[in-house]
Design a protein around this ligand. Structure first.
Ligand SMILES: Cc1cc2nc3c(=O)[nH]c(=O)nc-3n(C[C@H](O)[C@H](O)[C@H](O)COP(=O)(O)OP(=O)(O)OC[C@H]3O[C@@H](n4cnc5c(N)ncnc54)[C@H](O)[C@@H]3O)c2cc1C
Length: 377
């Protein structure tokens, strides 16, 4: 039976149980020996002093981007800290510090509500603020790296607090220094955000931009005739639309939320963890070689000079789209999203992911890298 006990400080909640569930949006059955929810910064030092972090530790947020092990013989630590504080204002910008446990979209909603701009394209990405720097979350041409001032952490191995400025975070496409440093517990993230009217464009620019925005919005919607009549959305056009300064952040947020609700698999309905793999980045030269064999290869520019290959295209081209293996399927429309169609276990997910990687490697010589964190034990 689950046991709840308090140690050292009234601000620390430790739950010990032989089978305390680890929440995950993929919906695999998973449990751990112990779960700790941190409610204040100082309690991390207290836990370290009482040697709680000496064994295996996993730091978790909302569980939207992980495949946890069936049983983790260690301690799972989450943040229950959710405050938002404004540190300073300068030239229409503010430094806003947000604690790790706050749901990411609550924070985006807060910034838009308070007329800050910059994060609205990242509306409705599931998860917590603390997890956002790990993968440098991004959508519609925006990434949080553009707005992170610093990340404040607790090192569970040394017991020391460490603060990383933007450069130290080594952000890149769905990557950061934190991916290689699982011992760091992110306590809070400080964002540098501009007020919406900080560098207001002239009325002429505004009306031109709004006219362009209206045209882009209209041209983004296409009617597809085959196999049957249906509406599709051009993501390139939506991205261009979202880049137009004069479109208010509130409007952008509404549009992003509407598109995401329409196009993404809701984990409450079918288990998934978003994109399972990253789009591989290759040199222009490698792309030319591939194009000679596979002329229909789908890719995007990855500035300054590389190319990003569509992981969906790679997986579709190896025949996995829509196929199911022991309860795990590749989504038929976006095969980079793996779905838990029927009681998949962590082991079957790992196995299926490996089969996909092997097939892509064999056919294209490209190694797919996971976007999700796989915890094996
Ligand atoms: C339907 C769906 C759509 C998605 N869309 C997008 C998208 O558009 N763009 C995008 O970038 N991602 C997307 N994702 C992925 C996911 O939303 C993000 O990766 C998100 O940041 C995960 O947050 P989380 O709190 O659930 O993290 P978790 O899944 O709990 O953890 C993810 C990783 O972060 C680490 N971590 C979590 N919290 C902390 C902390 N406080 N300190 C240190 N490490 C920590 C964990 O150890 C793990 O390695 C999507 C996922 C789903 C299910």
């Amino acid at each position: 039976m689950q046991r709840k006990k308090q140690i050292n400080s009234p601000k620390v909640e430790r739950m010990t149980s032989a089978s305390h569930p680890i929440k995950n949006s993929f919906g695999v059955k998973s449990s751990c020996k112990e779960l700790v929810a941190i409610e204040s910064e100082s309690t991390l030092s207290e836990l370290w002093a009482s040697r709680v972090f000496e064994g295996p530790v996993i730091v978790l947020g909302g569980g939207y981007n992980i495949i946890p092990p069936t049983f983790f013989d260690g301690i799972v630590v989450t943040s229950a800290m959710t405050s938002i504080s404004h540190k300073s204002d300068r030239n229409g910008s503010s430094l806003i510090t947000v604690e790790a446990g706050l749901p990411w979209d609550d924070f985006v909603g807060y910034t838009v509500q308070h007329s800050y701009t910059g994060l609205e394209n990242l509306s409705l990405i599931p998860g917590t603020v603390g997890a956002a720097p790990i993968n440098n979350i991004g959508a519609y041409g925006a990434e949080i790296s553009e707005h992170v001032e610093s990340v404040h952490c607790f090192n569970t191995k040394t017991g020391k607090f460490e603060t990383f400025n933007n450069g130290d975070c080594k952000f890149s496409y769905r990557n950061s220094v934190f991916k290689e440093r699982p011992e760091l517990f992110i306590i809070s993230v400080t964002f540098n955000l501009k007020k919406e009217n900080a560098d207001k464009p002239s009325i002429t620019t505004t009306s031109k931009e709004l006219a362009r925005a209206a045209l882009l919005a209209l041209s983004a919607i296409r009617v597809k005739k085959h196999p049957k009549l249906k509406l599709t959305i051009s993501f390139d056009k939506i991205r261009d639309f979202l880049n137009i300064r004069s479109v208010p952040a509130k409007a952008k947020r509404h549009i992003v939320k509407a598109i995401r609700r329409k196009t993404l698999n809701d984990p409450r309905i079918i288990g998934n963890s978003g994109c399972f793999f990253k789009c591989p980045i290759i040199s222009s030269q490698k792309l030319e070689e591939l194009k000679s064999k596979f002329p229909d290869i789908e890719y995007f520019d990855h500035p300054p000079s590389e190319k990003k290959i569509s992981a969906c295209w790679l997986i579709r081209s190896t025949g996995f789209a829509g196929n199911t293996f022991q309860g795990v399927a590749c989504d038929i429309n976006r095969p980079v999203v793996l779905l838990n169609v029927e009681n998949a276990s962590a082991e079957t997910v790992f196995h299926h992911a490996l089969s996909i990687k092997d097939a892509v490697k064999d056919k294209f010589g490209i190694t797919l890298e996971e976007e999700v964190t796989l915890f094996t034990q």
